[in-house]
Design a protein around this ligand. Structure first.
Ligand code: 45D
Length: 158
């Protein structure tokens, strides 16, 4: 799926992508935690997501070992070519968001490798966390779409 950047928060998107892979994962999880109940899959617009497709991919990931789950999430960010990263790349942006949301929930229910309890964000990542929180809901969603859209391996070369 070709990704089109929204240009709503280009500085934040660039700053996010400049972080190392683990910091991106950690920051993404902290953002999810701070959003709390403001996001629910029943939100208006959820019709644009394909819940069965997101859940199907999530189920594949859930069945991996914790170690492989972490590797898969790193591979999504670095764009490594694997079966799952190809499947991911073929999803719509909204379905990609839903998939990440399921992963984050899976972390909370111990189906997905949890954050190490003592994990620290870098100063840069912390700053970005504050900026993203200050964006407000609509812009945050645009930011997330821009983050998750280019992840995975797009076999069409886009
Ligand atoms: O050991 O329109 C480290 C929908 C280090 C509905 C690690 C929506 C080492 C339709 C890497 C830290 C709900 C889809 C370990 C809209 C180490 C709709 C592990 C909105 C273990 C708008 C780190 C959806 C890990 C939204 C595993 C807004 C980190 C969804 C994993 C937002 C981090 C989803 C994960 C968000 C983060 C998901 C999985 C913010 C996920 C974040």
């Amino acid at each position: 799926m070709t990704s089109v950047t929204s240009n709503v928060a280009p500085e934040q998107v660039k700053a996010f992508q400049a972080l190392d892979v683990d910091q991106q994962l950690a920051l993404f999880y902290f953002i999810y935690e701070k959003m709390g109940d403001t996001v629910t899959p029943a939100a208006p617009g959820a019709s644009k997501a394909s819940p069965e497709i997101a859940e199907g991919l999530f189920t594949q990931v859930k069945e991996l070992s914790f170690e492989d789950q972490l590797q898969l999430q790193r591979d999504l960010i670095t764009g490594k070519d694997t079966v799952i990263t190809r499947e991911y790349a073929a999803l719509s942006d909204t379905t990609k968001l839903l998939f990440w949301y399921l992963l984050a929930q899976g972390m909370d229910s111990n189906q997905i490798i949890p954050m190490p309890p003592d994990y620290q964000l870098s100063g840069e990542a912390n700053q970005l966390l504050t900026q993203v929180q200050d964006l407000g809901f609509e812009k945050q969603i645009a930011f997330f779409r821009d983050i998750v859209s280019p992840m995975g391996f797009d076999a069409t070369g886009a």
